[in-house]
Ligand binder design. Structure first.
Ligand SMILES: *Cc1c(COP(=O)(O)O)cnc(C)c1O
Length: 424
């Protein structure tokens, strides 16, 4: 039961402190009770907490939109707000669909399908679940979902195409290309998490994959939606993960870290030509009918502006390469443990996949809940972690120090040793 926080630590009802090893589910950026964000929210409270963005506007959200356009990859000039990552993707999907319907060129109006990847996670609303590809989370809702063209996950450790590192020529990208060659002219948009598939277990994309997807989208005319809800806002080591391959999407979805992990706010950035397709007199009916009660919330926007200020003032991005390297060095120590099958890292995100048999990659029976047990061990030792099945996730605040990284990894190490002794 968490009752308070301070810096990179959570404090429970008994006063015990825990290192926040998953950034309060991947969103906390600078630690808790960061003075500048606290003050920005308090200042905003003295003006107004919220007023509607439907039929009206607000200074904070407008200021934030300008700031986001400034830092976003060139060409993303428009911002549409919502309040969580799922809706930021849902909005991009709906906008892409409507965009094609409003094309002057009639031959393009048939683009209605979406391509998404196996093992993808884009949120928990019905549209974002439709493009998601994790059976455990999504299968149950099958009857509610729209049909998606599914391209194989670039999950190298468990390659869906049966390739190994020596035989792989990024065949999953070739598979994607084949799908697009076949039905690319029906495709409204491709949806992808750049950098790594987060909830899929920090499945890192092979180098060149993202750029390849962009090129194939360009060639086949499909729009590209990048879901940077987890990878954006510094997590990748750059402000946005798509910068690592110099890719500019048609839609960029951000949420989690946008407010420093303080308040629910999300943004779907789009290119100018997307925006323009929605312009026209009311009788043409080009309106995008999507608006939330709390769209453009002023407190959230104030927290987000303070977050962007902190990125600048504290030169956060400049400090990340050192931390990322240190985290890599520390976590690599774990790779010789008998139950550690794979360690994957992208920026300040690590997934440690536990397996029963390292040679055959046989997983533990789910009923043994190994991942959960390792995290419980960590919690008893002052580090809060939450696994994804048997993948231990390390996703610390960007403000984590080297000493705290050392603690984080060594608690996981002792947890893995304690919870899988039979394989030692
Ligand atoms: C968390 C997450 C979402 C969903 O965000 P919510 O704010 O939880 O709705 C979508 N996409 C990715 C990649 C995420 O990590």
């Amino acid at each position: 039961m968490i009752v308070a926080g301070e810096g990179n630590y959570l404090i429970d009802a008994e006063g015990k402190r825990y290192l926040d090893g998953v950034s309060s589910i991947w969103c906390n950026t600078f630690g808790h009770r960061k003075k500048e964000i606290d003050e920005a929210i308090k200042d905003q409270l003295d003006r107004i907490a919220h007023s509607t963005f439907l039929g009206n506007s607000g200074d904070r959200a407008v200021e934030l939109a300008h700031r986001l356009v400034e830092i976003a990859p060139d060409g993303l000039t428009r911002v549409f707000y919502s309040d969580n990552g799922s809706t930021s993707v849902e909005i991009a999907v709906k906008m892409a669909l409507q965009y094609w319907q409003q094309q002057d060129d009639e031959s393009q109006r048939g683009r209605k399908r979406f391509v998404a990847f196996g093992n993808a996670y884009h949120g928990d609303t019905v549209g974002s679940v439709s493009v998601g590809g994790i059976d455990l989370f999504h299968q149950r809702f099958g009857p509610l979902l729209f049909d998606v063209i599914r391209s194989p996950s670039p999950y190298c450790y468990r390659c869906p195409l049966g390739k190994t590192p020596d035989t792989c020529e990024i065949d999953c990208l070739t598979e994607f290309e084949n799908l697009m060659n076949e039905c690319g002219n029906e495709v409204a948009a491709v949806v992808l998490e750049p950098g790594f598939q987060g909830a899929g277990g920090i499945v890192t994309l092979p180098s060149g994959f993202l750029r390849g997807v962009r090129e194939i989208c360009d060639r086949t005319g499909a729009l590209l939606i990048l879901d940077e809800v987890a990878a954006g806002m510094g997590r990748s080591g750059r402000m946005f993960a798509c910068e690592t391959e110099e890719v500019v999407p048609d839609f960029l979805c951000i949420a989690k870290g946008l407010t420093g992990g303080y308040l629910p706010l999300a943004a779907t950035l789009a290119k100018e030509e997307i925006f323009e397709a929605f312009l026209g007199p009311p009788e043409e009916g080009k309106t995008f009918f999507h608006g939330h009660t709390y769209t453009g919330n002023a407190l959230g926007a104030a927290a987000a502006i303070a977050t962007l200020d902190l990125f600048e003032r504290e030169k956060v991005i400049d400090q990340l390469p050192g931390k990322i390297k240190f985290l890599r060095k520390e976590s690599e120590r774990l790779k010789d443990l008998p139950s550690v099958g794979d360690i994957r890292q992208f920026g300040l995100a690590v997934g440690i996949e536990l397996v029963k048999d390292k040679k055959t990659k046989e997983p533990y029976p789910a009923s043994e809940r190994r991942g959960m047990k390792v995290c419980q061990h960590a919690i008893s030792n002052g580090v809060f972690l939450r696994p994804l099945g048997d993948v231990i996730i390390l996703m610390p605040p960007l403000s984590i120090t080297e000493e705290e990284i050392r603690t984080l990894v060594s608690v996981v190490e002792s947890g893995v040793r304690a919870e899988s002794p039979d394989t030692c």
